[in-house]
Design a protein around this ligand. Structure first.
Ligand code: GLY
Length: 371
């Protein structure tokens, strides 16, 4: 393991030393012909706009190279434009600010960054529906009524609330996060360990009204990135609360995920879809690997290898088949997929790179938890 991890980290660092300076004024989402696009200033509130800054903080936390810190700070400045785009913000403020301003504060003590992260925790907490006991996901798109919607991705947003409770010594944020996680456990996780992407909750009584395939193949299918959000999200909720059900849920979804991916260790975009066409999603593998590594750190010695070996197999298969180490291109991973029915499959996406790097960062023994 150590040889793979260290060699891969060296490749990451070599590439990022070249990519970081030339991308410092961007909030990238995907690459076009190998070059990062830029969501600043056109779309500052896009949900993935924190990942480039977060990636730079991962690099800084491991290497202490000031270049990475400078680029991370610049990225946070660009992200400030989203504060003015306030009515476009929704539950993904966790993705956006927890690994940018939140990590900035935790690593450097920067007071402005702390205030930004706390403001975003307030925004996220305010999306909680007290009667339905869930955090509303998105704002309305056009005429569609999505006030009752929660989505599995939310499990990665609520660590911002656990942090805020600890930071201001007020349990309100944690109470909201736990209530939401309990609802997600009930309405999103199926008995067989597969996961519903989008659920419509009863806004008055709580409980499942309907569910939708979302970014997966169809209703009743199993969008692999959603499974991965559940694995990592529930193990994080366990880490922040100690609630055993969360670890049990993370393990249940993890075992399901492992059983679906063990043919070639690179997830398809959906685990329940027609055999053809084949759409891979390397981002799902990278996210799941982060969760599997955390589970391996928490279970007993006779269970640990199951999760750790699965994480390693995913990362190795991804590295062998779907990593681009050329210094001429900006992305690391290839073959990520936005959604089963999207126009774009097998593209690079900034968060696929982020989670791949985070998984390798963890395997190097780095202890600072970004979420
Ligand atoms: N959070 C949206 C996605 O995973 O694509």
């Amino acid at each position: 393991m150590d040889e793979f991890v260290n060699k891969t980290w060296d490749k990451i660092n070599r590439k990022m030393l070249t990519v970081a300076p030339r991308s410092k004024d961007k909030l990238p989402y995907i690459t076009v012909n190998g070059v990062f696009d830029n969501y600043y200033p056109g779309c500052p509130s896009w949900w993935t706009n924190g990942f480039w800054g977060g990636l730079m903080w991962l690099m800084y936390a491991d290497t202490k190279n000031e270049l990475y810190k400078e680029v991370a700070l610049r990225s946070e400045e660009l992200l400030d434009a989203a504060l003015k785009d306030y009515d476009q913000l929704h539950h993904d403020v966790g993705f956006m600010w927890h690994i940018t301003s939140g990590v900035n504060y935790r690593l450097t003590g920067n007071k402005d960054a702390r205030i930004k992260a706390l403001n975003m925790a307030n925004l996220l907490a305010a999306r909680y529906n007290i009667n339905g006991r869930y955090i509303r996901a998105w704002n309305s798109f056009g005429t569609e009524d999505n006030t009752g919607w929660s989505i599995i991705d939310s499990m990665m947003n609520i660590p911002l609330l656990y942090w805020a409770s600890d930071e201001v010594k007020d349990e309100r944020y944690r109470i909201i996060a736990i209530s939401h996680a309990d609802t997600v456990m009930k309405v999103h996780i199926r008995d067989d360990g597969s996961v519903r992407h989008i659920v419509e909750n009863d806004i008055v009584e709580g409980g499942l009204v309907d569910d939708f395939g979302g970014q997966g193949y169809d209703k009743g299918s199993s969008w692999s990135r959603g499974q991965a959000w559940a694995i990592y999200g529930f193990v994080l909720s366990y880490i922040h609360t100690g609630k055993q059900e969360y670890l049990d849920t993370a393990k249940k979804v993890a075992l399901y995920f492992i059983s679906c991916v063990c043919d070639e260790w690179v997830p398809k975009c959906d685990f329940r879809c027609p055999k053809e066409p084949v759409y891979y999603d390397t981002s799902a593998g990278a996210i799941a690997a982060c969760g599997l590594i955390e589970i391996a750190n928490l279970v007993g010695e006779f269970e640990k290898d199951l999760y750790l070996n699965a994480a390693l197999k995913i990362l190795k298969a991804t590295e062998e088949r779907f990593c681009d180490w050329s210094l001429d291109t900006d992305n690391i991973l290839t073959h990520a997929t936005e959604a089963y029915h999207a126009d774009r499959h097998h593209i690079s996406m900034i968060y696929a790179d982020y989670y791949f790097v985070e998984a390798i960062y963890k395997l190097r023994g780095n202890k600072e938890l970004f979420w």
